[in-house]
Each structure stands twice: as structure tokens, then as C-alpha cells.
Design a binder for this molecule. Structure first.
Ligand code: 3HC
Length: 380
């Protein structure tokens, strides 16, 4: 079995710095690489903020916090960053052209022993792996935002990934205290994003079609569908830049996976990326962690059945197409999106027949995106 001791994380953004932090917390020596020290400085101060929070909440001691911080080495020089790495985790922006360029450079400087993992949220693992000189030692390890708090990692083998590398990936995920869920097919959006990304678009359609306020809809998502955040709140938290790119990628691979609402691209084009840029669906006062105020009272003003129906239909598609089991799907939604109630249980509470009727109605009005999946039909 390949032994993993030294980790290199490429890209120090939201995901990269979080992955570096949890790897260091698990005892690994970590090199965090970005193209400019200003990105690394910002990443290290976010890591410091997060570690202080964990100390404040008594999840770790002050001494542990200092040890974790000292295990993370920020580096700009790529050759130096890659030297001696057992596992490389790439978390650069979601752009195939950029990834191509990055892996070309990475191949030049990597040790032959280094296993490559990509934290891509939507790009095909098989295609990225084919850009490298080691497609059989390449795997998708998809973490969730914030990696420090979300327990899930989707493990996605490409067509050429060796069985042993899948085992190494799963073992690493467990060693950093996370729960691996195997995504058996390299489909657009893998498991969680196949449900999450189309849901944001559907929520925007619900605003147009049904006329609730954003906070009424978000409150309904939070209090009636058992999400930890409203869906627009979560979109802002994730970043409209990330969501726009994920949308484009998923849609270009499969026109049936998503029914794009123009609002997402509009916000992206206006530079309204959500929390990180000060505004998105909502406005924010600063860089600090901040929540939208949602209430149980407001949740009574809107019935979120269309959102539930779209989420269940995509979930059913994953099961019909053997991308994951129902059990793994519910684990993924609980640990990757923080759902407090299993999605299919919420479906039963609303009534599957009503959910299917809703989809059939939407299908008749708006087309095939809403066509009920056979697995869902079988539950009526
Ligand atoms: N490190 C340490 N602490 C952190 C933190 C971090 N990175 N981020 C937030 N916290 C702290 C907060 O400051 C807050 O502390 P406080 O109590 O002192 O204010 C505490 O954690 C969280 O408190 P909240 O009351 O806001 O708590 P919640 O119970 O709602 O938990 C959450 C926060 C874990 C973010 C939860 O809301 C959640 O699970 N949200 C959904 C997140 C999600 O769905 N992520 C996946 C998005 S999709 C994705 O990432 C895929 C990609 O490919 C697009």
C-alpha cells in the first residue's frame, strides 16, 4: 500500500486552504501552493481565523492549533512545492484550460511516486486525468465547503484509475476524519452537485413563477425541507462564480441535467459572487462569516414542493443510473449539505404522489427537465 505522509495542495482559495488545514490537523506535513504570496497570506490568515474558532469552541487546544498551523508551509515555487509529495490535491479554479496548463507544469516537476487528486466539483475526472502523465494514478476527491466543518468527501475514480488508488483515496479521506462516499460514475455534478446546482436555478424560477420573497423561500427551504441554510443563502455562501462555472460545465455535458435560469449568469456577469464580493442574491456587510436572517414564521408563507420535487427527481436519477445507492445518497446529503432529515423521508412527509404530480405538471408546462424519473414513479 502506498504510504501517504506529505501532501501538496495546489490553490489556496476557499477549498484549498480548508483542505490544507484538515490535512495538517490529521498530522500530515502540508505544502500549500499558490501563484502569488498575497493569495497565500490571505489563506494563512483564514486558516488562523478557523483554528481560533475551533479553539474558542474547545474542539482543539491552543497548543494543537499552533502545531497544526506550523505544519502548513506556504510556497509559490511549483518545483519546490511538489518536491517529495506523496499526494497532490489540486484545488485550482474550475476551468479545463487552466487545469490543462497547471497539470502540464505539474507533470514536469512531480516525483514519479506522487498520486494526483483533483477537488474538481464538476469537471470529468477521466478527462482531467488524461491530461496528465499518470491517468491510472489519478482520482477525484471532492470536498465540501467549508472543508473544516463538512464531513463528506466524494471519491470519484476515472475510467483508468487503478483499484489501489481508489483504496488510497478512501484511506486518506478517513485519515483526515472525513466520510468517503464512492461516486461510481463520472457523471456531471457527481452526487451532491447534481442535486444542489439545479436547485438554485429552480429556486430562481420559483421566485418568478410563484412570487414569494427570497427570505420566504429560503425560510421554507430551511425550516420545511430541513436544510441548514436557505438555498439562495447557500448559493451566496458557495459563490456565484463557482455556481456559474459548475452550471456551464454540467449543462455543456448534458442538457437534461439542469434548467438554467438567466439570473445566475447575470449575477456572475455583474461580479456579484455572493458573500465573497459583498453581494449576490443578498447583500453582506463584510468578509466575516455572516448568516441571512430566516424564520419559521416566514417559512409558512411558501410551500417548497417544487424545490423538493426537483431535488428528489435528480436524486432518483442518481439511483436509477447506479451512480450511488439510496443509502450513500442520504449520507452524502447529510454530510455534504447538512440536511437534517433524509431527503426521501421529507418526500414521504410531503407525499410522493403530490411530488410526482408537481413534476408532471411542470413537465407539461416547461419540458423534459421535469420528467419524473422511474425510481420516483415506483415509490408512488
Ligand atoms: N472553520 C471553523 N469554524 C467555522 C468555519 C470554518 N471554516 N466556518 C464557520 N465556522 C463557525 C462559525 O463562525 C460559527 O461560529 P459562531 O457560533 O461562533 O458564530 C459556527 O461555525 C457555525 O455556526 P452557525 O450557527 O452558522 O451554524 P450551522 O449549524 O448552520 O453550521 C454550516 C454552519 C456547517 C456552514 C451549516 O450551515 C451547513 O452545513 N451549511 C450548508 C453548507 C453546504 O451545503 N456546503 C456544501 C456546498 S456545495 C459544495 O461545497 C460543493 C462545491 O463543489 C460547489
Amino acid at each position: 500500500m502506498t504510504e501517504i505522509n506529505k501532501i501538496t495542495v495546489l490553490g489556496s482559495g476557499i477549498m484549498g486552504h480548508g483542505i490544507a488545514q484538515i490535512s495538517a490537523k490529521a498530522g500530515f506535513e502540508v505544502t500549500l501552493r499558490d501563484v502569488d504570496t498575497k493569495f497565500l497570506d490571505s489563506a494563512m490568515s483564514k486558516i488562523k481565523w478557523s483554528l481560533d474558532k475551533l479553539v474558542e469552541k474547545q474542539k482543539i487546544t491552543q497548543a494543537e492549533s499552533e502545531t497544526i498551523y506550523s505544519r502548513i508551509h506556504p510556497v509559490v515555487d511549483l518545483k519546490q512545492a511538489l518536491s517529495g509529495a506523496d499526494l497532490l490535491i489540486e484545488a485550482v479554479p474550475e476551468d479545463m484550460e487552466l487545469k490543462k496548463k497547471v497539470y502540464l507544469d505539474v507533470d514536469k516537476h512531480s516525483d514519479s511516486k506522487t498520486i494526483y487528486a483533483s477537488n474538481t466539483s464538476t469537471l470529468p475526472i477521466t478527462e482531467i486525468s488524461s491530461l496528465t502523465n499518470r491517468p491510472n494514478r489519478f482520482i477525484g476527491l471532492h470536498f465540501f465547503n467549508p472543508p473544516q466543518l463538512m464531513k463528506l468527501v466524494e471519491v470519484i475514480p476515472g475510467i483508468t484509475t487503478d483499484q489501489q488508488i481508489i483504496k488510497v483515496g478512501i484511506d486518506f479521506v478517513k485519515r483526515v476524519g472525513k466520510e468517503p462516499v464512492l461516486c461510481r460514475k463520472d457523471v456531471p455534478g457527481f452526487i451532491v452537485n447534481r442535486i444542489f446546482i439545479p436547485l438554485i436555478h429552480e429556486a430562481a424560477y420559483c421566485l418568478d413563477r410563484d412570487g414569494p420573497s427570497m427570505t420566504q423561500l429560503d425560510s421554507a427551504v430551511k425550516f420545511r425541507l430541513s436544510f441548514p441554510m436557505g438555498i439562495f443563502e447557500l448559493a451566496d455562501y458557495t459563490g456565484l462564480d463557482v455556481i456559474h462555472k459548475a452550471t456551464s460545465e454540467m449543462f455543456s455535458r448534458d442538457k437534461k441535467v439542469i434548467f438554467p435560469h438567466p439570473r445566475i449568469k447575470e449575477l456572475f456577469d455583474q461580479g456579484k459572487y455572493g458573500k465573497k464580493s459583498g453581494s449576490g442574491f443578498y447583500s453582506y456587510s463584510g468578509e466575516q462569516y455572516e448568516r441571512v436572517s430566516l424564520s419559521e414564521e416566514d417559512s409558512k408563507a411558501y410551500n417548497p414542493i417544487k424545490l423538493l420535487a426537483v431535488a428528489l427527481n435528480n436524486a432518483a436519477w442518481l439511483i436509477t443510473n447506479k451512480v450511488c445507492t439510496l443509502e450513500d445518497l442520504e449520507i452524502a446529503l447529510k454530510l455534504g449539505m447538512g440536511l437534517r432529515n433524509p431527503l426521501f423521508r421529507t418526500g414521504e412527509q410531503f407525499g410522493i404522489k403530490g411530488v410526482v404530480d408537481t413534476l408532471q405538471d411542470l413537465h407539461a408546462k416547461y419540458g423534459d427537465f421535469y420528467k419524473p424519473d422511474n425510481f420516483l414513479l415506483s415509490l408512488r
